[in-house]
Design a protein around this ligand. Sequence first.
Ligand code: KG4
Ligand code: ZN
Length: 345
Amino acid sequence: MRVLGIETSCDETGVALFDTERGLVADALYSQIAMHAEYGGVVPELASRDHTRRLLPLIQQVLDDAGLARTGLDAIAYTAGPGLVGALMVGASTAHGMARALEIPVLGVHHMEGHLLAPMLEDEPPDFPFVALLVSGGHTQLVEVRGLGQYRLLGESVDDAAGEAFDKAAKMLGLDYPGGPHVAKLAEAGDPGRFRFPRPMTDRPGLDFSFSGLKTHTLTAIRQLEQASGLDDQARADVARAFEEAVVDTLVIKCRRALDATGLKRLVVAGGVSANVRLRERLERECAKRDARAYYPRGRFCTDNGAMIAYVGAQRLLAGEHDETGIMQAVPRWPMETLEAPVTA
Ligand code: KG4
Ligand code: ZN
């Protein structure tokens, strides 16, 4: 079954073709980051308009790369949520329009389920069950995954997501959006011993996260430096390093707890923040200590992309799922725990 995947939930237009026999055949991405950077964050209306401009040419590019005509498609999957409603509607309406014209099934996919299963596109995918740490711009969650659609939420952020915290810290340090990669780069030159920022909610049991206090702590540290010695390049790098260490340490502590609580030996790390090198290094070490293994998507599938949507869509379409009513889905808020396993799974 050849499934076209369409992702338009935020500021990346992603398209891919997944073949259930051959695997991932082609994928293409257009990032709107440069357009939004000027505003310091995603401007929803601009995002929707740009998806409208980019999506059809990207679909054509993927079909050309795959050497396939539109009529060679067997089904279409698109991101139905969570995300920006206008942006989601571009993908949803395009998918439904094409599917109706081609008389093939169409299915709305959960964006975070896409991130969660993105490591399945790699050469050595994890077997079920596993613990997943989902760390993106909008979500920080620990999930016990028993199979497709079998997700138990172990813990999540009670306020800001880890990626959001990176983005806000970046803004305070005068860095561009999205901030994660810039903070990580600046932190490389930072002295890890100069500041120690708090590791929120690690001093009590539980698997929930909170990053908003860390944001306030970062702002206070920056203000104090500005008033005292001045915020020179070294001081900015030291703050970035302390911030990154605090986020990474907090995530690692909670992953360790989640592995202990479930007794599982496989850890999947996905979502934009999973691209963070320091996080990966620390989790690798932690897993090695306990005879466990960490799995990640390849770099470009850590952040939003069409391949993960095509993959999840293909698994669910194979099981016979599709948008029953023929009505397009665009769901801005959609808890992942409400997903269910396909009936045949
Ligand atoms: O998954 P994603 O592309 O979009 C959402 O679904 O939110 O994640 C984007 C988030 C942004 O907050 C970005 O700053 C963060 O991932 N990010 C990183 C890194 N690369 C991206 N955070 C820390 N270190 C990185 N290397
Ligand atoms: Zn995402």
